[in-house]
Design a protein around this ligand. Structure first.
Ligand code: NAD
Length: 347
């Protein structure tokens, strides 16, 4: 890693892909899940706030800051469901890790790939505490950019081996099936969401549409199912029928944010939910019995990006998989910023 204070390591998309493949995707997901779980255990020491969102008719741009008192991080992320039609990603992101004591950035990174990895790892951590221990069949409804990451995290962390895929666009399901071929799954492509949930003990919804959608109806979810609802993550953007929520034990990341953005925006502001950190710490129940329906109402919280950036920073040493960025002005005399500018003119 660079030893000059003004040089910040930057992990490009190319370097991130090489890092993930160098570590191995499943090992990366398992180790990242470990970092995420460890940071959720330290939940109470974090300086937390709901993300700062700027909404438009097309989508949302968000800033997600957090600090543990030693390290600060933020992520810039967008969500634009219609982007795909113009050949762009629905979700793109980059993020930064900084030293709280000097305020200096210590890592700048692409986070489009890293967000897919951390979202999947977080879902798997939640399911570890909420799904039946013997659940090995998962339905994935919405087979876009996030889907394969979800599948692999559930395989690596929970041992899910059977997938039932459904997307309104059959080409997305075929893409997903093709990408996951040879990775140890038994895959069934389904023609409807109803067909996809048949026999699945875990149901992941990860669709993108800026509206109140009903991807799952109440009669589609039987006793004992764990729901991993990932796609509803904005005001006015949900995936589950309200009646499912009323039958579920609901776990969220950070209630003040999820009440604005998650499936629970459909419920009263004081509707009882547990936070994931409480379940991990044993302060709130996870799965209590075989019939219980559990719901992880995922919207994505800053602590997961903090964990992901921390994990990447820890893996970088010795790999050379970063570019040194001349990002911070560093005059010989700290107060002579202007003199440094003048000397550059003469050079
Ligand atoms: N909770 C989180 O932390 C988190 C993180 C990343 C992304 N997301 C959200 O997850 C969603 C998916 O993201 P992505 O990057 O995979 O998007 P994407 O656009 O690549 O894929 C979405 C897929 O959903 C499908 N779809 C849309 N409506 C559907 C329906 N009614 N039934 C079945 N399939 C349907 C689309 O055809 C598409 O293939 C987005 O809404 C995004 O905002 C949440």
């Amino acid at each position: 890693m660079p030893d000059k204070l003004n040089i910040v390591p930057f992990v490009s998309v190319d370097h991130m892909m090489k890092l993930v493949l160098h570590i191995g995707i499943e090992r990366f997901l398992v180790e990242l899940a470990g970092y995420i779980e460890a940071d959720f255990r330290r939940w109470e020491i974090f300086d937390k706030s709901p993300r700062v969102a700027s909404h438009s008719s097309e989508g949302v741009i968000e800033l997600m800051p957090i600090s543990d008192g030693d390290i600060y991080s933020f992520k810039y992320v967008n969500g634009h469901p219609r982007n795909r039609r113009e050949g762009r990603q629905t979700v793109t992101a980059f993020g930064l890790l900084a030293d709280v004591h000097s305020g200096y950035p210590v890592l700048l990174s692409e986070m489009t790939i890293l967000t897919a990895l951390r979202t999947a790892a977080t879902s798997a951590v939640a399911a570890k505490h909420l799904a039946s221990a013997d659940a090995d069949c998962m339905a994935i409804i919405g087979n876009g950019a996030q889907a394969e990451f979800q599948a692999l995290a559930f395989k690596a962390v929970l041992g899910v081996r059977r997938l039932r895929l459904y997307d309104i666009d059959h080409a997305a399901t075929e893409k997903c099936r093709r990408n996951l071929a040879g990775m140890g799954f038994e895959i069934t492509a389904c023609n409807s969401a109803e067909e996809a949930v048949e026999g699945a003990r875990i149901v992941t919804t990860v669709t993108a549409d800026k509206q109140k959608a009903t991807i799952l109806n109440d009669n589609m979810i039987g006793a004992g199912v764990h729901l991993n609802a990932v796609g509803g993550d904005c005001p006015g953007k949900t995936e589950l029928h309200r009646d499912i929520l009323l039958r579920s034990d609901i776990v969220v990341e950070y209630a003040p944010q999820t009440r604005i953005e998650g499936e629970i925006q459909q419920l009263a502001a004081d509707y009882p939910v547990s936070e994931l950190w409480q379940v991990i710490a044993g302060l709130a129940p996870g799965r209590r019995n075989a019939d219980q329906i559990t719901l992880f109402d995922s919207v994505g919280f800053a602590i997961e990006d903090f964990s992901a950036l921390r994990y990447v920073r820890d893996q970088l040493a010795g790999t050379g998989l970063y570019e040194p960025l001349d990002m911070l002005a560093d005059p010989d005399e700290p107060r002579d910023l202007f003199g440094m500018l003048l000397r550059a003119q003469l050079a």
